[in-house]
Design a protein around this ligand. Structure first.
Ligand SMILES: Cc1cc2nc3c(=O)[nH]c(=O)nc-3n(C[C@H](O)[C@H](O)[C@H](O)COP(=O)(O)OP(=O)(O)OC[C@H]3O[C@@H](n4cnc5c(N)ncnc54)[C@H](O)[C@@H]3O)c2cc1C
Ligand code: SF4
Length: 566
């Protein structure tokens, strides 16, 4: 489109990007805090704050529709936000009353009570569907006067003189050649005094903000991909309140970071998830395949005998913790939740931290509204609040988790128990790490027997191909639009990448989006075909590509997976 586009614009006081636990908790807390401030002001006879206009943008068609998590949630943040949440219809599936760490060999499963494995001690935690929790929070936010626009993706941060002044939403109704269709609607410019970015993992705007203003912390962020399936199992095997995490000893000894979780939900459903580190050496790393293979373990096979698959999806989570935390604020902007590395990968727990970070951001916004100062000077109070909160204590206690792993399995097994008794320090503090994709080896650097990807036959009953499983994610994207997966140099895919790495995108994408097909114009050569309609918004490709030439961008607002009950 060559002519300049006329855009509508609007102004709000506070703009949140993403309707996740971080931003929704923040918006609710903000409204509560403003009301409390004004009540106190009335008593004191001092100046009240003008009730702020607050808007939340969410790329999914409905709040919670793109939400995928485990999830076994530490209830401390929700109890601070809504003290009587349990009497207010909070959608708890079960409360954990039995927690285990399973050590899996190829054939056997050794259950260890979680009391001996502190990170997996989850008694009293709530097993939830994060999708349902987001809907519940969204209703509360709207009741408090917050506007939520589902189906609107933030596409670009707007800046003025080095200050963030808002967000541009994505254009709608553009065809695959980039031309406007009859349904064309230009994205809107939304200006705000403060923009709070809570897009979850590897956010588009968070990435722009961190890169443009050089906000990245000491270490680069690192990631895992979690593949999740919901199954309806035999009622006789269903045990409400059971929470299991598992480590695979053969993989651990090969220094492959993988792990599983299994939580009993309501209605005889279980949440099964398998996480794979995106810092492996093999270009064949395939989170979907790992999740399928593990279901053939005798323990899983027995659990799933006679069970029915209900849902499939995938999403990354940040694992870098405290040392990968970006600067949390900039003039006119703040980062909350996963976008701000508020996730504890050692405990597979981020929901409570996301909510608390949002609440601390809200308290800072109240100060900024009172002072009418949205510069770093006032917004920096957020970082101080985080530093003085339980988020920091929890993060600090596990600050060397990922770094220990990077130093090798032997070091990891020695150092992690030491971190438990040294307040997180262990043998070495502030272990430097490398971005995950830099660990990937070229095919020529692998032992000859590892150069070919292993063959695996999906049986169609317990294990399924990516193409089949995508149907269980409910994902949908208009075909006639530019691909939202932007590959900067597709020639490189056909030449250098094919030769050096064997096109790892075909492996690491859990939704069969990337396919090297015969290039009819150049016989003997393959070219990249992108099935963008299949994308489940996990962000793995944006992270794991060894050349870093894939950029995940938001598709048209409202498109993507349907993660109901995930
Ligand atoms: C497989 C897996 C298992 C997990 N298990 C657990 C667990 O058991 N317990 C636990 O506590 N934590 C768990 N976590 C971590 C937890 O889910 C996250 O830490 C938490 O969801 C982060 O919340 P958030 O609000 O920052 O982001 P999210 O929950 O990711 O929400 C972000 C929202 O922003 C929207 N969005 C993104 N980009 C844009 C954009 N540009 N414009 C508009 N909207 C946008 C998304 O659609 C989404 O709705 C798990 C994570 C994964 C992936
Ligand atoms: S294209 Fe990228 S974001 Fe989409 S499912 Fe595949 S790896 Fe995930």
């Amino acid at each position: 489109m060559s002519q300049p586009i006329e855009r509508e614009s609007m102004e709000v006081d506070v703009l949140y990007v993403g309707a996740g636990p971080a931003t929704l908790a923040s918006a609710i807390h903000l409204m509560n805090q403003v009301a409390a401030f004004n009540e106190a002001a009335e008593t004191r006879g001092s100046r009240p704050i003008e009730p702020p206009t607050v808007l939340v943008l969410e790329k999914s068609a409905g709040v919670g529709d793109h939400m995928l998590s485990g999830a076994c949630m530490n209830p401390k943040a929700i109890a601070e936000l809504v003290p009587d949440f349990e009497n207010q219809g909070f959608p708890t599936e079960n409360i954990c009353n039995s927690d285990w760490l399973y050590l899996f060999t190829n054939k056997h499963a050794l259950p260890v009570p979680a009391i001996f494995a502190p990170p997996f001690h989850k008694r009293g935690y709530h097993v939830i569907s994060l999708s349902n929790v987001a809907k519940w929070l969204g209703e509360r936010a709207e009741a408090a006067g917050v506007d939520i626009y589902p189906g609107f993706a933030g596409d670009e941060i707007l800046t003025e003189g080095g200050r963030v002044v808002g967000v541009r939403t994505g254009d709608m109704g553009v065809d695959k050649d980039g031309k406007p269709k009859g349904t064309f609607a230009a994205g809107m410019d939304i200006f705000a005094k403060v923009t709070v970015i809570g897009e979850g993992v590897r956010g588009t705007l968070a990435k722009q903000l961190i890169e443009r203003f050089d906000l990245q912390g000491a270490n680069p962020q690192t990631f895992e991909t979690g593949v999740k399936e919901i199954w309806r199992i035999d009622p006789k095997k269903h045990k409400p309140g059971r929470v299991i995490h598992g480590m695979m000893l053969p993989e651990l000894l090969k220094h492959k970071f993988v792990g599983m979780f299994m939580y009993d939900m309501g209605d005889n459903l279980i949440s099964y998830g398998y996480v794979t580190g995106l810092d492996g050496e093999s270009p064949h790393t395939d989170p979907h395949l790992e999740a399928q293979k593990f279901k053939t373990h005798p323990w899983m096979r027995n659990l799933l005998e006679g069970a029915e698959l209900v849902r499939y999806g995938a999403k990354c989570l940040p694992t870098g913790g405290l040392y990968a935390q970006p600067k949390l604020y900039h003039d006119g902007a703040m980062l909350v939740g996963d976008s701000a590395s508020m996730c504890n990968a050692a405990r597979l727990a981020g929901v409570h931290m996301a909510m608390k970070s949002g609440m601390l951001a809200a308290e800072t916004i109240v100060e900024a509204l009172d002072a009418q100062d949205f510069s770093s000077k006032t917004l920096g109070g957020y970082a101080e609040r985080v530093r003085g909160s339980w988020i920091y204590d929890e993060h600090a206690a596990d600050r060397n988790f990922h770094g220990s792993w990077e130093k090798g399995t032997f070091f990891f097994l020695q150092n992690i128990p030491l971190t438990f008794v040294t307040g997180g320090r262990g043998l070495v503090d502030e272990i430097g790490v490398r971005a995950g994709h830099t660990h990937m080896k070229k095919l020529s650097e692998l032992p000859p027997n590892e150069r070919e990807k292993e063959a695996f036959e999906f049986d169609g009953k317990l294990t399924f191909s990516k193409e089949h499983l995508v149907g269980f994610s409910g994902t949908a994207h208009e075909a006639d639009q530019p691909s939202h997966l932007v590959v900067a140099d597709t020639d490189l895919c056909s030449t250098t990448c094919a030769e050096e790495y064997g096109n790892p995108c075909e492996s690491f994408c859990p939704a069969a989006v990337y396919e090297m097909v015969n290039d009819t114009e150049s016989p003997g050569r393959k070219k990249l075909f992108i099935h963008h309609e299949n994308c489940v918004h996990c962000k793995t490709c944006d992270i794991a590509d060894p050349y870093q030439i894939i950029t995940w961008t938001p598709p048209e607002g409202g498109e993507g997976p349907d993660y109901t009950r995930m």
